[in-house]
Design a binder for this molecule. Sequence first.
Ligand code: AMP
Ligand code: MG
Length: 391
Amino acid sequence: MITFEEAYNTVMAHVFRTGTEQVKAGDAVGRALAVPVKSDMDMPPWNKSAVDGYACRHEDLGSELRVLETIAAGVLPLKEVTPGTCSRIMTGAAVPAGADYVFMLEDSEEKEGGTVRFTGRAGNTNIAKAAEDLRKGQTALREGQYIRPQNAAVLAVVGATEVTVSCRPTVGIISTGDELVEPDRMPAGAQIRNSNASQLMAQVSRAGAIGKYYGIARDEEAAIEQLMSMALKENDVVLISGGVSFGDFDLVPGVMRKLGLSVHFDQVAMQPGKPLTFCTGEKKAVFGLPGNPVSVFVQFEVMVRPYLDRMVGVTAETPHILMPLAADYSRKRAERLAWIPFIVTPSGEALPVEYHGSGHISALPEAWGLLTIPRGQNWIQKGEMVSVRQI
Ligand code: AMP
Ligand code: MG
């Protein structure tokens, strides 16, 4: 059995990249940028007023000033500000030549005969300098990041109406188990509903990849092999749940070898999800996930999702966020890295939710995230910092 870190490094060492494609900026949110986007202009394009007020020379702040013109956003100034003068200016308008300060309307006293006096205390210039946000030709968005709504605004600012993104990975999903029926059936006798397929399809789609479900394989080598070879042919990655834990009917690792894949590991010292199998072939990867739904959920988040990220060139590690534990935590055995679902208390601490183990899928919807208990540690005191991630 290898450690989580060893398993993680092995998985990440076997990433292969998807291709790239051009998409319209409006379709790009959620996609990973493959080519940097550069700015085609300076932003702001000119010195810009950040407030409604009067543009003047800083050294004239103590004098009564003659108002030359009014500069609205969208028109360029016509007059240069000279000693003893100023121009009325609106937020977002270009600051006229000669001016190096804008005082706010709130800090001004307008006089009869078209003059104005500054009544406030001098401080910030209230001018955004030309090109202080972006220079023409500067990289506005790096490659290797997902495009979020805020990135969409940057695309608009620099006039990038089309962008080059990585193709979404395709992911085949297979369930195994003679006990499984699909969610639209009422389980009878020893049956249970297949929850892993629905969960994995949703996780894959949230990760920005394209999931395709292949159904339930009965616990027979031939049935698993048939669905697996179909899913492998049609996808970059295959996720198969159940049948990996070496019980009498756990056939998945054997099938993988038979299909000519290299099996890199089949057990990881983590909880939940010890029986994780990772296999690769030529531009193919298979994750043999455990059967229990919480294990599947966690394994996907901590192993498969970072793999899919790297397939599209996104290499940022999940940030290491520390939170204080809200209650003492203890466990009997400490040989595995544990992931525990928790909620955030009103005072900002991490409180583990009631959790009966890796079959207890109804514990997850309430949870804000997962916290980790390191290997070798079986006791953590309230108030100690634990590493967490959102789910
Ligand atoms: P296995 O790894 O096949 O031994 O399965 C471990 C546990 O997970 C068993 O209790 C299975 O019934 C359960 N399980 C396996 N596959 C699924 C699934 N697709 N949905 C819900 N539970 C499952
Ligand atoms: Mg099974």
